[in-house]
Design a protein around this ligand. Structure first.
Ligand code: DC
Length: 218
């Protein structure tokens, strides 16, 4: 099979508010790739658990929610709330939840929507677990302080101003859970390119990412 016969896959991983979402979306547009924000899958499960009033450590219930996700679940208004992000990071520790979401992510990578040339998936374990054979892998990071500053700006813009110290401790707690969990923890794949966006404006970060990816996506 020639290279062209198999779709291109760009695996993007990194911690919360590293810029990976915006970078991935813009890279997808530039290189004609479909885009999947895999965090939304975990956020949808977290939101449904909160809505149902179920404890976040109920593994059976969370796995059932993950298996039963439907399209409208990805358009909920509460997916971007800090409480949902926290719930997502807690249910993401449950191996049966990760297992339930794995096939869909791999299917998306193999079957790019709308005749696109391939797909960009962003998350925590794309380069290590979901698509270990990706065409190219990026690990995007930034200091916790800078990420908390960005998250505060985002929240303020969305009309939900938040206290910097609280956001910073949320960011640090979420990093710790995502990095230290037993099942598919956040880590840089050995063959991933590292992009630190701490001192980059978003346009500069996108340009850097495009420069790294370009040779692989011609
Ligand atoms: O990228 P995000 O902030 O939307 O992700 C929300 C949470 O979902 C994150 O804290 C951990 C979990 N997640 C994961 O475990 N694996 C992924 N591929 C994507 C997200």
């Amino acid at each position: 099979m020639s290279d062209r016969a198999s779709p291109l896959v760009v695996a993007v991983d990194g911690p919360a508010a590293s810029g990976k979402g915006t970078i991935s979306r813009r890279i997808a547009g530039r290189f004609q790739l479909a885009y999947l924000d895999t965090g939304l899958l975990y956020r949808a499960v977290g939101a449904k658990m909160l809505e149902a009033g179920l404890p976040l450590n109920d593994q059976e219930a969370a796995a059932r929610m993950a298996r039963g996700l439907e399209q409208p679940d990805f358009h909920r208004q509460d997916l971007r709330l800090p409480a949902t992000a926290r719930a997502a990071s807690i249910i993401a520790q449950i191996p049966q939840v990760r297992q339930a979401l794995l096939e869909y992510q791999r299917w998306f990578a193999r079957n790019p929507l709308g005749g696109m040339r391939g797909a960009v998936l962003d998350g925590r374990d794309i380069g290590t677990v979901i698509c270990p054979d990706a065409t190219v892998k990026l690990f995007i990071t930034a200091s916790p302080e800078e990420r908390a500053r960005r998250r505060c700006a985002e929240l303020a813009q969305g009309g939900n101003p938040a206290d910097y110290a609280t956001v910073l401790s949320d960011v640090i707690a979420r990093d710790k859970r995502d990095r230290e969990r037993a099942s598919a923890p956040l880590r840089q794949a050995d063959d991933a390119h590292l992009l630190d966006t701490t001192n980059l404006a978003i346009d500069e970060a996108v340009a850097k990412a495009a420069e790294i990816l370009e040779p692989y996506l011609r």
